[in-house]
Write a new protein. Sequence first.
Length: 204
Amino acid sequence: MLRGTTSAPTSPGEANMTLTTIDSTSALIVIDLQQGIVSAQSDPAVTDVVEQATQLTAEFRRHNLPVVLVNVTGRAPGRTEAGRPGGLGALPPGWADLIDELDVQPTDHLITKRRRSAFHDTGLDTLLRDLGVTQIVLAGISTSAGVESTARSGADYGYHVVLATDAMLDPDADSHRHSIDRVFPKLGETATTAEVIGMVGATR
């Protein structure tokens, strides 16, 4: 069974948390927690992932830190060997709507992407720089696609990247584990939702 709460492995004697600090202006970016994607998840762990993500949004809002909520309405048109080619096609009504649990607030920043990365042709980098953001905390679905692509872009743009590993999910368990165990440590720091929240509170 896919485990949405898997955390990165550690060497003997090391703590689970690799998060070293929360910058004074960190932003939370929640990827693709929208009706059509969340409702399609067969893993019951999606409930926990949504709960962790909502805890993060509440904490960042409480400390007046930027919250960016991302949805997706398209995909790159290039041919691939896996999945459907081209765009998403006609979307059912409400498919791209953010889930109610996120409780969108007027202070939130909404980004619609048409590729895997939330940075690609969305103006996200400009938004974050205008807000003085130096660090991004990522959560959402799916781990190996939208989250990983956004993490890669964020690292390339020079942001400190934090991955809240228990606030993300992937339809493929092996891909989820590979992203967390092999990819994320090269792009940033991993932590649980509780660890992120604890550090945000301790530094405010």
